[in-house]
Design a protein around this ligand. Structure first.
Ligand code: CUA
Length: 322
């Protein structure tokens, strides 16, 4: 499974570039300070008065005035204050640069974090242009993306290292993150705030497309999957609608309209299952449906013991939801 690019030091958009610049300033300043402190330590050890165990200590040194060291300490304190000021100013300027991303013609997305997956909703003034997916964000290159962030349970954090800094998702509070991708590609995103047992398996994909490809993807997501014609697929659809699947999952155009779990309308078009946990293959999907806890202990989805025929029908049907 190609993991996608996940590198905070390689910027593929203006926001990430600002963060990398700030990081370089911090690295430069802190490395310099560390080197100077180590040099001062070595010098102090080298110059320290030596004494033997047999000799009585020379207490006169206690009261001896030490203008040299006092000057050094004063200079060091001044340097520290000035350097901290430099870092503060750099941080403030970075923050302002981040806020200056032009938001004209932005793509509007709403992300809701859950333990341990993501709802991704594309919102438009026209309801007919609004749709929902899960655990993946698709964006057109060169266009700003405004993401509204909310959480369903605990504090999570949205982080796409190659495109943007982190932003926390706090229950009861809406946050906004804006970013832009400049190069088409697959970028990996990850929850960056410990949120429970499966925090590490709370990843997502960010696909950056050329505008035409993005539009094609958007059209495909808006489409309602046609009702299946083949008997096994029809059986799979009926099972999804009539069993516990439908209590949590929605498939547009069917009676499955649950809201607790990821929307499955275009499940087969996604790269991974369970928020980046498994490659999206029929085998993994079958295994996941039977016992999600085998792959991701602690998830809210229960095990679903069923006959091999039923399972095959459900997996075949879900496999058509492209
Ligand atoms: Cu969600 Cu960590």
């Amino acid at each position: 499974m190609n993991p996608g690019l996940h590198d905070a030091l390689q910027a593929f958009g203006p926001q990430a570039a600002h963060v990398v610049d700030l990081w370089r300033i911090f690295l430069f300043v802190c490395t310099g300070v560390f080197a100077l402190v180590m040099a001062a330590l070595v010098y102090a050890l080298w110059r320290a008065p030596r004494i033997r165990v047999q000799e009585a200590p020379d207490l006169r040194t206690v009261n001896r005035p030490e203008p040299g060291p006092r000057r050094s300490v004063a200079a060091a304190v001044t340097a520290v204050v000035l350097l901290l000021l430099v870092l503060i100013v750099a941080s403030v300027f970075t923050d302002r640069a981040l806020a200056r991303l032009p938001l004209k013609d932005a793509v509007n997305i709403e992300v809701v974090a859950h333990q341990w997956w993501w709802t991704v909703k594309y919102v438009d003034e026209a309801v007919s242009e609004t749709f929902e997916t899960a655990n993946e964000i698709h964006v057109p290159v060169g266009r700003p993306v405004v993401v509204k962030l909310n959480s369903d349970d605990v504090i999570h954090s949205l982080w796409i290292p190659s495109l943007s800094g982190k932003k926390d998702l706090i229950p009861g509070r809406t946050a906004v993150l804006a970013f832009q991708a400049d190069k088409p590609g697959l970028y990996r995103g990850q929850c960056a705030e410990f949120c429970g047992f499966q925090h590490a398996f709370m990843a997502f994909d960010v696909h950056a497309h050329e505008p035409a490809a993005y539009e094609a993807w958007r059209r495909q997501q808006l489409a309602t999957p046609p009702p299946p014609a083949q008997a096994q697929l029809q059986r799979g659809k009926a099972l999804v609608e009539s069993t516990s699947c439908a209590m949590c999952h929605a498939v547009q155009g069917t009676q499955a309209q649950g809201r607790r779990g990821p929307n499955l309308t275009h499940l087969a078009s996604r790269r991974t299952l369970a928020a980046g946990t498994l490659p999206n293959t029929p085998e993994n999907l079958a295994s996941w449906i039977l016992d999600p806890h085998k792959h991701k202990p602690g998830v809210n989805m229960p095990a679903n013991p069923m006959s091999g025929e039923d399972l095959a029908a459900i997996v075949a049907y879900l496999g058509t939801l492209r």
